[in-house]
Design a protein. Structure first.
Length: 139
Protein backbone atom coordinates (compact mmCIF):
# COMPACT_ATOMS: atom_id res chain seq x y z
CA UNK A 1 0.00 0.00 0.00
CA UNK A 2 1.24 3.48 -0.83
CA UNK A 3 1.67 5.47 2.39
CA UNK A 4 0.75 9.09 3.12
CA UNK A 5 4.26 10.43 2.44
CA UNK A 6 4.46 8.68 -0.94
CA UNK A 7 1.00 10.02 -1.83
CA UNK A 8 2.16 13.55 -0.93
CA UNK A 9 5.26 13.07 -3.10
CA UNK A 10 3.18 11.76 -6.03
CA UNK A 11 0.65 14.59 -5.88
CA UNK A 12 3.30 17.32 -5.61
CA UNK A 13 5.22 15.83 -8.56
CA UNK A 14 1.98 15.93 -10.55
CA UNK A 15 1.30 19.56 -9.58
CA UNK A 16 4.84 20.61 -10.49
CA UNK A 17 4.65 18.78 -13.82
CA UNK A 18 1.43 20.59 -14.70
CA UNK A 19 3.00 23.92 -13.74
CA UNK A 20 6.15 23.36 -15.85
CA UNK A 21 4.64 21.47 -18.82
CA UNK A 22 4.14 24.47 -21.10
CA UNK A 23 7.83 25.38 -20.85
CA UNK A 24 8.58 22.16 -22.75
CA UNK A 25 5.55 22.41 -25.06
CA UNK A 26 3.78 19.59 -23.25
CA UNK A 27 0.10 19.33 -22.38
CA UNK A 28 -0.51 20.38 -18.77
CA UNK A 29 -3.27 17.84 -18.09
CA UNK A 30 -1.33 14.95 -19.64
CA UNK A 31 1.70 15.84 -17.53
CA UNK A 32 -0.43 16.09 -14.38
CA UNK A 33 -1.73 12.57 -15.03
CA UNK A 34 1.79 11.30 -15.73
CA UNK A 35 2.87 12.75 -12.39
CA UNK A 36 0.02 10.98 -10.65
CA UNK A 37 0.89 7.67 -12.28
CA UNK A 38 4.69 7.76 -12.13
CA UNK A 39 4.98 5.68 -8.94
CA UNK A 40 2.02 3.34 -9.51
CA UNK A 41 4.50 0.46 -9.71
CA UNK A 42 5.04 0.62 -5.93
CA UNK A 43 1.75 -1.28 -5.63
CA UNK A 44 3.21 -4.06 -7.79
CA UNK A 45 6.93 -4.29 -6.95
CA UNK A 46 8.59 -1.92 -4.48
CA UNK A 47 12.12 -2.92 -5.54
CA UNK A 48 11.58 -2.31 -9.26
CA UNK A 49 8.61 0.07 -9.27
CA UNK A 50 9.61 1.91 -12.45
CA UNK A 51 9.61 -1.19 -14.64
CA UNK A 52 6.56 -2.71 -12.92
CA UNK A 53 4.56 0.49 -13.33
CA UNK A 54 5.60 0.92 -16.95
CA UNK A 55 4.72 -2.66 -17.81
CA UNK A 56 1.32 -2.34 -16.13
CA UNK A 57 0.56 0.91 -17.93
CA UNK A 58 1.56 -0.65 -21.27
CA UNK A 59 -1.25 -3.18 -20.76
CA UNK A 60 -3.57 -0.18 -20.45
CA UNK A 61 -2.16 1.39 -23.65
CA UNK A 62 -1.11 4.44 -21.66
CA UNK A 63 0.64 6.99 -23.85
CA UNK A 64 3.44 7.67 -21.34
CA UNK A 65 4.10 4.11 -20.11
CA UNK A 66 7.74 4.31 -21.22
CA UNK A 67 8.23 7.49 -19.21
CA UNK A 68 7.00 5.67 -16.12
CA UNK A 69 9.22 2.67 -16.92
CA UNK A 70 12.37 4.75 -17.38
CA UNK A 71 11.91 7.50 -14.78
CA UNK A 72 14.75 7.63 -12.31
CA UNK A 73 16.91 5.45 -14.55
CA UNK A 74 20.17 7.18 -15.50
CA UNK A 75 21.87 6.59 -18.85
CA UNK A 76 18.81 4.87 -20.29
CA UNK A 77 18.30 4.35 -24.02
CA UNK A 78 14.94 6.14 -24.03
CA UNK A 79 14.46 9.88 -24.18
CA UNK A 80 11.52 12.28 -24.37
CA UNK A 81 10.61 15.74 -23.15
CA UNK A 82 8.00 14.16 -20.86
CA UNK A 83 10.64 11.88 -19.31
CA UNK A 84 12.99 14.83 -18.82
CA UNK A 85 10.22 16.77 -17.09
CA UNK A 86 9.21 13.80 -14.95
CA UNK A 87 12.77 13.22 -13.79
CA UNK A 88 13.31 16.93 -13.11
CA UNK A 89 10.13 17.17 -11.04
CA UNK A 90 10.68 13.86 -9.25
CA UNK A 91 14.17 14.96 -8.21
CA UNK A 92 12.81 18.26 -6.88
CA UNK A 93 10.05 16.79 -4.69
CA UNK A 94 11.24 15.01 -1.57
CA UNK A 95 9.71 12.05 0.25
CA UNK A 96 7.35 14.35 2.16
CA UNK A 97 6.08 16.23 -0.89
CA UNK A 98 8.18 19.36 -0.40
CA UNK A 99 9.94 21.21 -3.24
CA UNK A 100 13.69 20.98 -2.63
CA UNK A 101 16.97 21.58 -4.43
CA UNK A 102 18.75 18.67 -6.09
CA UNK A 103 21.26 18.71 -3.23
CA UNK A 104 18.49 18.45 -0.62
CA UNK A 105 16.82 15.68 -2.61
CA UNK A 106 20.04 13.66 -2.50
CA UNK A 107 20.21 14.24 1.25
CA UNK A 108 16.60 13.07 1.49
CA UNK A 109 17.42 9.87 -0.40
CA UNK A 110 20.57 9.27 1.67
CA UNK A 111 18.61 9.63 4.91
CA UNK A 112 16.21 6.84 3.91
CA UNK A 113 18.67 4.59 2.14
CA UNK A 114 22.38 5.34 2.27
CA UNK A 115 25.01 6.88 0.04
CA UNK A 116 26.26 3.43 -1.00
CA UNK A 117 22.82 2.25 -2.12
CA UNK A 118 22.02 1.84 -5.80
CA UNK A 119 19.03 4.15 -5.35
CA UNK A 120 21.30 6.96 -4.15
CA UNK A 121 23.91 6.32 -6.85
CA UNK A 122 21.25 6.36 -9.58
CA UNK A 123 19.79 9.61 -8.24
CA UNK A 124 23.24 11.20 -8.14
CA UNK A 125 23.92 10.29 -11.79
CA UNK A 126 20.42 11.31 -12.86
CA UNK A 127 20.74 14.72 -11.20
CA UNK A 128 24.03 15.34 -13.04
CA UNK A 129 22.27 14.47 -16.31
CA UNK A 130 19.43 16.85 -15.47
CA UNK A 131 21.83 19.66 -14.56
CA UNK A 132 23.57 19.22 -17.94
CA UNK A 133 20.33 19.05 -19.96
CA UNK A 134 20.11 22.37 -21.78
CA UNK A 135 16.38 21.89 -22.50
CA UNK A 136 15.69 22.06 -18.77
CA UNK A 137 17.65 25.23 -18.01
CA UNK A 138 14.60 27.49 -17.97
CA UNK A 139 12.56 25.41 -15.55
Amino acid sequence: MIDKNKLNHIYKVAELMKKKASKLNLDENEMFLLGLLHDVGYEIDKTNHEFAGGEFLKTQNYKYAKEVEFHGVPNCNYSSAALDLLNWCDMHINFYGEFVSFKKRLEDIASRHNENSQIYKNAEILIKELENNQKLKGL
